[in-house]
Design a protein around this ligand. Structure first.
Ligand code: ADP
Ligand code: ZN
Length: 746
């Protein structure tokens, strides 16, 4: 029996959670110990709890600085309903509300005071803080949310954030905790320096979001492709991001014409209209918002199932932040980017021409930084590298395993191009002819046959490879160069201005002894039924449970409307799902559901239990008087065999084909192939001829021998893309079962 912990007691009592997520404990402990901290966790990682919980233990209040005015009111509502006394002060709140909040602090009633930075920096607020401190009523901690706003290397620089360091002077002994979802090492340094954090605990979480499936498709028809993505999540919440206000209007109109429940959102709309749209979305009365970046900062809807970028965003930070709004509840969600190299051109013009957001002041130095961020984004969008890997590496981390199983690249959705060998040799020769002293952009321009000043000065328009890839775009060529780097044919050398050099793998290709592969996205998305792969951390709901979920969701919506709060304040989707699995019939059983704390139990229990009983009776589902739910599983723990997987296992044992199992279970082919791989690895059937024809098995086996191992991509390439990834996986799983050598197949 572990020693009783006040933190865990508090967590159970007010939040209804059993365990802390990674780094929450460290962040909370640092604050309680009076130590400065910087906590970097991805969206949905649980940052708020890190600053919300300590005041419930210390008994002193915490000042939370947050730029998200729209979110403050909801946070306060959610906290209050959980029994945590909180209030917000910002420009939109009434004056009396502000006075009341201050009194609440002075009288020791409040535990959290949320305030916008411009409010915190007013003379009157600073004066008040100073007086509080003199009376020994100052805050026990200061929390700076969205701390990346302090850095011009961040994606949302706000100059007024810099002045937050002044809080240190007023409250010298108070620990400051900075929290952000997005921070490259450079931004992290900047936050620490600018805020003057001392010996700060730097807590950087795992950046991968395994429940998100990423896809990047070449943009051909924006409305049609957006609709295709949205149809995979029919009736569920989705956000579509566009570059310009005009684009949001026209795309929203096109989607409405196609029958979607969609509306535009941008900073040029009247505040009334904007609020109406964002409120409707939060209240689940609107499913699709087509927006500029202005949308989302204040949106806390956890059940967004799909985020579409109708065009490339202007930085990887933006991409990560915006796609991060999908699947915050931890359930599977999909992120689709429709990419064209023209997007980068457009951004470049916008960035060089002035601020990209008319509400921001123009700062030339910041604009230069933005151009650099743009290049990173373009490289990521244009490459054929695993998206999960590229993203976490951008943030200075590594991804374990070979195949993430949740991006277009790893799912084998990219098709090999026919003349890869020819294109690869031209690129490699060009690098060689240019004496291995130039970066990808220059090499691409030479191959395109451009006559830039640099090319003319260097005489590179006279090298034999000049203009050999005329007809391809610069983005396409840099994309191929990226693939050649990934495949060990080229290497990038140098930190700030990396140049391309031939790597060991280049020579066999140049001598035509090895064949290079280059891939590009299939525009026609041959598998429209593909779905995000089921989360590894949670069991999918059965069909009946899914119906119960919809019924409870409708109840939550009605109930939220009565109370005039957004539905997620009542409870999140993850809690709702757990309810559907647990189906408690008693308050004790309900208390065992994650996300139901003491206050929620007392408040919602009497209404929820009868509703649940009624819905279950209608669906013929049994209730449970006692329901110990398994604890929340972190992504690092081995996944349990899900209900879907064990159902599929039985069907495969019965000899059903993949198509039959898809039809029987109503699941996407990709999901069923996942199940099949698990079945083959776990059950070790004698033969897999039923699922992969023997000829293909032989080819994969031979390729595996030649490539010397069980990594998917080399085998896929060795077979020139003729065998899809999922079939290769099945064969490898089978070989492993039979004792063939090879690393784990995930
Ligand atoms: P962030 O601010 O990092 O984007 P949030 O603080 O909004 O993330 O938390 C995301 C979700 O995770 C919320 O629904 C929150 O209630 C939930 N959550 C946070 N901590 C825990 C925990 N220890 N156990 C279970 N759920 C948690
Ligand atoms: Zn991947």
């Amino acid at each position: 029996m572990p020693a009783p912990s006040p933190v865990l007691d508090c967590l159970r009592r007010y939040w209804g959670f059993d365990a802390l997520r990674p780094l929450q404990r460290e962040a909370i402990d640092a604050t309680l110990a009076g130590r400065d901290s910087l906590t970097v966790l991805p969206t949905g990682g649980g940052k708020s709890l890190c600053y919300q919980l300590p005041p419930m233990i210390s008994g002193r209040w915490t000042l939370v600085v947050s730029p998200l005015i729209a979110l403050m009111q909801d946070q306060v509502a959610a906290l209050t309903s959980a029994g945590v006394p909180a209030a917000a002060m910002h420009s939109m709140a009434e004056r009396e509300a502000g006075d009341e909040a201050r009194r609440g602090v002075e009288e020791g009633r409040l535990r959290l005071l949320l305030a916008a930075p411009e409010r915190v920096l007013t003379d009157s607020f600073r004066g008040w803080l100073g007086r509080c401190a003199q009376k020994r009523k100052g805050p026990g901690a200061i929390a700076i949310d969205e701390a990346h706003c302090i850095s011009q290397w961040g994606h949302d620089f706000r100059p007024e954030y810099r002045r937050l360091a002044e809080l240190r002077q007023i409250l010298p002994g108070t620990p400051i905790g900075a929290y952000t979802a997005t921070a490259t090492p450079r931004v992290r340094r900047d936050i620490i320096d600018q805020l003057g954090l001392r010996a700060a605990a730097e807590l950087v979480g795992d950046f991968d979001r395994p429940n998100l499936t990423y896809r990047v498709l070449p943009r051909v028809d924006v409305a049609k492709q957006t609709a295709e993505a949205l149809r995979r999540h029919e009736g569920r919440a989705a956000i579509v991001y566009c570059i310009s206000r005009k684009d949001t209007e026209s795309l929203a109109a096109a989607l409405v014409a196609m029958g979607f429940d969609a509306a535009p959102y941008h900073a040029g709309m009247t505040p009334v209209k904007r609020t109406r749209t964002s409120d409707a979305f939060r209240r689940e009365q609107l499913q699709v918002v087509v927006a500029t970046v202005a949308f989302g900062m204040g949106i806390d809807r956890g059940d967004v199932r799909c985020v579409v970028h109708a065009a490339m965003p202007k930085s990887v930070e933006h991409y990560q932040q915006e796609t991060g709004r999908a699947g915050r509840d931890g359930l599977p969600a999909e992120c689709v980017m429709l990419y064209s190299s023209a997007d980068a051109v457009r951004w470049r013009q916008l960035l060089q021409g002035g601020p990209t957001d008319p509400d921001e002041p123009f700062d030339p130095a910041a604009a230069r930084a933005q151009l650099e961020l743009l290049d990173h984004m373009q490289r990521l969008a244009g490459s054929a590298r695993c998206r999960h890997r590229a993203l976490v590496e951008y943030f200075g981390q590594r991804l374990a395993g070979d195949n993430c199983g949740a991006c277009d690249v790893c799912l084998g959705e990219l098709a090999p191009i026919a003349d890869a060998q020819d294109v690869a040799r031209k690129i490699l020769s060009c690098v060689f002819r240019c004496e291995q002293r130039f970066g990808a952009a220059h090499i691409a321009e030479v191959l395109m046959g451009a006559r830039t000043e640099k090319i003319r000065q260097l005489g590179h328009d006279a090298v034999s490879t000049w203009g050999l890839l005329r007809g391809l775009s610069k983005a396409q060529i840099t994309n191929y160069i990226g693939q050649l780097v990934d495949d060990g044919r080229l290497e990038r050398v140098g930190e700030q201005y990396p140049v391309l050099r031939l790597a060991a793998g280049a020579w066999p290709v140049l001598r035509n002894e090895a064949r290079a592969t280059l891939v590009e996205a299939r525009i026609d998305d041959a598998r429209p039924g593909r779905r995000a792969k089921p989360s590894q951390t949670r069991t999918p709901l059965t069909d009946d449970e899914q119906r119960l979920f919809e019924a409870l969701r409708a109840w939550r919506r009605r109930f939220a409307e009565e109370r005039a709060v957004p539905p997620f304040v009542i409870m999140g989707d993850a809690t709702l799902e757990d309810l559907c699995r647990a189906r408690p019939s008693t308050p004790e059983a309900l208390a065992g559901v994650r996300g139901i704390g003491a206050r929620k139990l007392a408040d919602l229990g009497p209404l929820l239990l009868p509703e649940l009983a009624r819905a279950c009776a209608g669906l013929g589902l049994a209730l449970n008087a006692r329901t110990p739910l398994p604890p929340e599983q972190g992504p690092s723990e081995p996944a349990r065999l899900s209900a879907g997987a064990s159902a599929a296992r039985e069907l495969f044992r019965g000899g059903m084909s993949v198509e039959e199992v898809c039809a029987k279970m109503g699941r996407a082919r990709s999901t069923v192939m996942d199940y099949l791989a698990g079945f083959v690895q776990g059950d070790r059937p004698e033969s897999i001829d039923r699922w992969v024809d023997p000829g293909t098995q032989r080819r994969v086996a031979e390729a595996a021998e030649t490539c010397g191992g069980g990594r998917l991509r080399p085998i896929f390439e060795h077979l020139a893309g003729a065998v899809p990834y999922d079939q290769i996986r099945i064969v490898l799983a089978h070989r492993r079962g039979k004792g063939a050598r090879g690393p784990e197949v995930e």
